[in-house]
Write a new protein. Sequence first.
Length: 353
Amino acid sequence: MGAGFKAIAESSLVLVLVSFSVLASFVYGTDTVLFVYISKLQLGTGATGFGYLMAALGVGGILAALVVNQLASRPRLGIIITLGMVVYCVPTALMLLVHAPALGFFLEVVRGGGTLVVDVLAVTAMQRSVAPTMVARVFGVFFALVLAAISLGSALGATAISTVGLHGSLLLAGLVIPGLACCAYPWLHRMDRTAVRRVAELAPRIKVLEQLGIFAAGSRAALERLATACTETSAPAGEVIIQEGDTADAFFVLLTGEVAVSAKGEAEHARRLRVMGPGTYFGEIGLLARVPRTATVQALEACTLYRIPGQDFIDALTISSPSGGLLEGAKTRLAISHPSYAPTLLGETPADS
């Protein structure tokens, strides 16, 4: 019974988070109609004003992108998401009082920052709340709803203009929708209480992962997903952790101890390539190049490691692209052990080398 109530609560939370992004997309759809009338009737800028207002939304999004990843690292996202929706919508109502194009442009810059915060943090919160096995299914439905909401917003925006006029439409878009968002805040507040505990549990793993060069450009969502997927394991001295030629199925981070890396590659005999210590990682080459293990890694002493399943590793890099340094470093190591494999990391084929 308890598990059932928990599942229902989690489903309700995901629905609320989806609703925030869908509402933001709906408002964007209405913008594509309202901006035409705002430019013509409020700002007196004619057809060119529409383009300036749309550009202002983009400028606001670019500025917000500078800080949104820091906001996403906070455990309590509910209040920020709600405020983001308010910031996105309320300036629309304020446009009733605006006739200066410069001030109108500024308000849209503010709105652009608000919508990016809602979009990014709602997605981050959903990834925290949805079971890993359900992520693909939930996001497939989510993106379909977002596209539908934009289309519906455009259609209803035109209907609102013809029914209640420009001023009435601005009030509806600027006040009613943020009011609905504020009504949903109690669900997000409960989400925050759970997230505080979960983020605290993941914090030690995230700290280790974000210090690795491979995830230097990683988003908070990607790091949290990796931290959730990784399990701590150990290897006694002499144990082979990965064997050259085996199927690549996981990525490893070395926490304590030392390992030796050796490879036969395309030579006649295996040779030692390097010794690795704490704070290093291995196993990414086979996953990125989609080839069997290119080297053998053996524990020289008792080791503690994080193991991340290969599919979770690839999924996280899909969210946040791997750094150029990672690809170049992996290609360099492949050039030593398996020269014919190295080009595959950069999207080439062995025949191209």
